[in-house]
Design a protein around this ligand. Structure first.
Ligand SMILES: *Cc1c(COP(=O)(O)O)cnc(C)c1O
Length: 426
């Protein structure tokens, strides 16, 4: 028995599904996940000594690749200096100054430990600021596992949400509305009927959690206009897109200024670190300046903050993003070509270094069109890739992430594997 199989058996005895986050259990693709022991640049190695080109990149967190020397050094030094104080440190000041400087809409910011916490807290601020309870999200949008957002994707337009997870109180989601992504008309209609009850519209400026789905021209701008007209707040969940598409938030690429922004993943350099911030008048509602309570024992943890700072310093000059765009484009074009050659209908959506191969002719513009993809075909393709040393996200509804450690050699490796994997999946 392989070492990973043995570990998975032990893991399932002591952890639900053998994992600490559901998608890692490979349920969508079947089989045993490789248990990883090492990461280096664009590669990961498992407990059986197999090496893979990594297209998960810790779900987008590792924009510089695994164990980037500058990040490793910063983290090691931070641990040696004391790993946690539960008190203010100079690094968090510099870090927050950097976030505010890089994201103009973020005037004041609070650090937390996960994207879940960031979004949950931003919504608390939005409700406090508006005195309203309604929250609008989009089908297929994922914003962490806070009760209020676990609403069945695809639920009827403008109907009261149903809990998507057992254990979520009906009352927690009765003011949550889930609408089709890119459907401004549906948002307009909801505001027309319930505008006075809606505290916030929460949106991923590029959707990443139903696979990569870019916003259609005018969608984000339209959300800005509607929220302004009805006195609701616009909250951008940039946990994936923040510092992923350029040095700053995606909002500036689209020319839309949200009221609040959530960051995570990339900003922590592979450590548990996230943030929410925005207009000063809103963020001053947060304790101890204001009445919105939110706290954390390990918030602003110096190891995470110093690793994040090191990451942002490397990203700052912009060269990394030009490389990510080039490598992303080569991958997109190559994958499309290989799928065509094998006669497999796919829709490849890409924005910068995030990309998804949907096993459907497409176009994929929202959750309904994403769900039209052939899951069994994806599973065959996934295992074909894994067997050839390419580690993809084990679900058809995820983004693949390219890092700065991915170059032409890795693209070749991926495309060679894809040529055969597409043929097997056909
Ligand atoms: C990953 C993610 C989250 C949740 O972040 P965690 O750190 O996993 O809690 C929230 N929003 C988006 C858009 C994400 O991709």
């Amino acid at each position: 028995m392989r070492a990973s199989e043995e570990l998975f058996e032990r893991a399932r005895r002591v952890m639900p599904g053998g994992v600490n986050s559901p998608v890692r259990a490979f349920r969508a693709v079947g089989g045993c996940p490789p248990f990883l022991v090492r990461g280096e640049g664009a590669y990961v190695a498992d407990a059986d000594g197999r090496r893979y080109v990594d297209c998960v990149s810790s779900w987008g967190a590792l924009i510089l690749g695994h164990a980037h020397p500058v990040v490793v050094q910063a983290a090691q030094q931070a641990v040696a200096d004391g790993s946690s104080f539960g008190a203010p440190t100079p690094w968090e000041v510099e870090f927050c100054e950097r976030l505010c400087a890089a994201v103009p809409s973020v005037e004041v910011v609070r650090l937390v430990n996960s994207g879940t916490e960031a979004v949950m807290s931003a919504l608390r601020v939005a409700r406090a600021a508006t005195g309203r309870e309604g929250v609008v999200k989009f089908d297929g949008g994922y914003h962490g596992h806070a009760d209020v957002l676990l609403v069945r994707a695809g639920s009827g337009v403008a109907t009261f949400g149903l809990p998507d997870s057992a254990g979520v109180a009906r009352s927690a989601v009765q003011a949550t509305y889930s609408l089709p992504y890119n459907d401004l008309g549906a948002v307009h209609e909801l505001f027309r009927r319930r505008g006075g009850e809606i505290a916030a519209v929460l949106v991923e400026p590029v959707a990443g959690n139903m696979g990569t789905v870019p916003p259609q021209p005018g969608f984000l701008q339209g959300l800005r206009e509607l929220t302004e007209r009805y006195g609701a707040l616009l909250v951008f969940d940039e946990v994936i897109t923040g510092f992923r598409l350029h040095y700053g938030a995606a909002q500036d690429l689209f020319g839309v200024r949200p009221d609040l922004t959530c960051l995570g993943k990339v900003i922590g350099g592979g450590f548990p670190l996230a943030a929410y911030g925005g207009r000063a008048d809103l963020m001053r509602l947060v304790a101890p300046d204001g009445p919105v309570y939110q706290a954390g024992t390990l918030s602003g943890n110096p190891v995470a903050v110093r690793a994040g700072l090191a990451t942002l310093r490397v990203l700052e000059d912009g060269a990394v993003y030009r490389q990510l765009e080039e490598v992303g484009r080569a991958l997109e074009e190559g994958l499309r070509e290989e799928a065509d050659r094998a006669g497999v209908p796919v829709c490849v959506n890409r924005v910068g270094s995030m990309l998804t191969v949907f096993f459907t002719p497409g176009p994929v513009v929202d959750y309904a069109t994403a769900r039209a993809c052939d899951g069994a075909r994806f599973a065959r393709f996934f295992h074909g890739m894994l067997a050839r040393g390419v580690y993809l996200p084990p679900s058809p509804f995820e983004a693949w992430f390219v890092s700065a450690a991915h170059g032409p050699e890795e693209v070749d490796w991926i495309l060679r594997a894809a040529r055969e994997a597409f043929r097997e999946a056909a």
